[in-house]
Design a protein around this ligand. Structure first.
Ligand SMILES: Cc1cc2nc3c(=O)[nH]c(=O)nc-3n(C[C@H](O)[C@H](O)[C@H](O)COP(=O)(O)OP(=O)(O)OC[C@H]3O[C@@H](n4cnc5c(N)ncnc54)[C@H](O)[C@@H]3O)c2cc1C
Length: 298
């Protein structure tokens, strides 16, 4: 599968894994294998060594503090999908692929692959998450997701976890894709409303190589919402919010090439439609008994 010369390492700790990464230059990390195994099979990747992470139990941990969640790189989509403490993360994880993909695909693998349409990364971008890494050269450090994606994965670096700030308010995740389990999605959108901080955060995947963060739209929504008396604002705010997201999508640098299923005009328009729908639902979620998180696969 990996070519005649690939050596398989099975470390039991993060320290051992990082040591192998430092000693052997050309290494791939084998987490769930949903992206890597097809790349090995087709010869797209021919690493000198594989480091299987399954035995590294430290990477499977999840922790909840009052102000932040810490999610180990080895946590699977299925585990996130059932996590009541993180509704937006759960919604994004539920939107991924099929049951098999959700059972094996991991947070670390999503960051390692850094697919511009990856569902989880879009939510993590809206949530202002940090990526925790460890390497022999730089030790342990935390990097904002946007910087991590812009820099690309560094040689010798292991993603150990992500850190997500806790917010107080509805979280939405919406996706436009083909049939269930087909990959990739065309477009996805995450929205995180923090009533305590009076903030709206939005990210769109599938428009640019990183994640679109429409800051003018976020500021507009924060200014328009009456934070004192939820459910605030009206349909006009969501519509204008969507228009600003479309404008941000059109003007953003690093546009992904147009595909047969998604000409750029459609992509810009759909980004605004998804964002407006997400804000509309988030505002409605202020009503008593409303579900504060939601996923959608139209
Ligand atoms: C049929 C199918 C459907 C899919 N549907 C969706 C979908 O709907 N939405 C979606 O977002 N994704 C989807 N995916 C993509 C996919 O499941 C993810 O990208 C997954 O998160 C990769 O995780 P993994 O654990 O399988 O990573 P692996 O395949 O094991 O590794 C992927 C890459 O990440 C690196 N890596 C792994 N762990 C780490 C780590 N701890 N630190 C640094 N680098 C690391 C590896 O070296 C490798 O380069 C689909 C994939 C398939 C095959």
């Amino acid at each position: 599968m990996t070519g005649a010369t690939a050596v398989l390492h099975r470390p039991g700790t993060v320290g051992e894994a990082v040591r192998v990464l430092a000693e052997v230059g050309d290494v791939e990390l084998l987490a769930g294998g949903t992206d890597l195994v097809p790349a090995l099979r087709t010869g797209l990747r021919r690493p000198r060594a594989l480091v299987a992470l399954r035995r590294v139990l430290e990477l499977r941990a999840r922790a909840m503090a009052p102000d932040q969640l810490t999610i180990g790189a080895g946590v699977t989509y299925a585990e996130l999908a059932g996590w009541g403490s993180a509704p937006g993360l759960a919604a994004a994880a539920q939107a991924v692929g099929s049951t098999q993909i959700r059972n094996t695909g991991t947070v670390g693998g999503a960051l390692g692959s850094a697919n511009p349409r990856g569902d989880l990364l879009t939510f993590l971008a809206a949530a202002d998450a940090d990526v925790l890494t460890r390497s022999a050269r730089a030790g342990s450090r935390a990097t904002p997701l946007a910087s991590f994606l812009a820099a690309g994965r560094r040689r010798g670096e292991l993603v150990t976890a992500v850190r997500v700030p806790v917010t107080h308010g509805p979280q939405m995740f919406l996706k436009i894709g083909g049939r269930q389990a087909a990959y990739p999605a065309l477009l996805n959108c995450a929205l995180v409303v923090d009533r305590a901080a009076g903030r709206v955060r939005c990210a769109v995947g599938g428009v640019t190589t990183g994640r679109l963060r429409p800051s003018a739209a976020e500021q507009f929504a924060a200014d328009e919402i009456d934070w004192e008396s939820p459910p605030p604002a009206g349909a006009g705010v969501a519509r204008r919010f969507g228009e600003l997201v479309t404008r941000a999508a059109r003007e953003a640098p690093g546009q992904l090439p147009a595909g047969p299923r998604d000409p750029t005009d459609y992509r810009w328009h759909a980004a605004g439609v998804l964002a407006a729908r997400a804000l509309d639902r988030a505002l409605a979620a202020g009503a008593p008994g409303a579900d504060p998180s939601e996923t959608d696969k139209p």
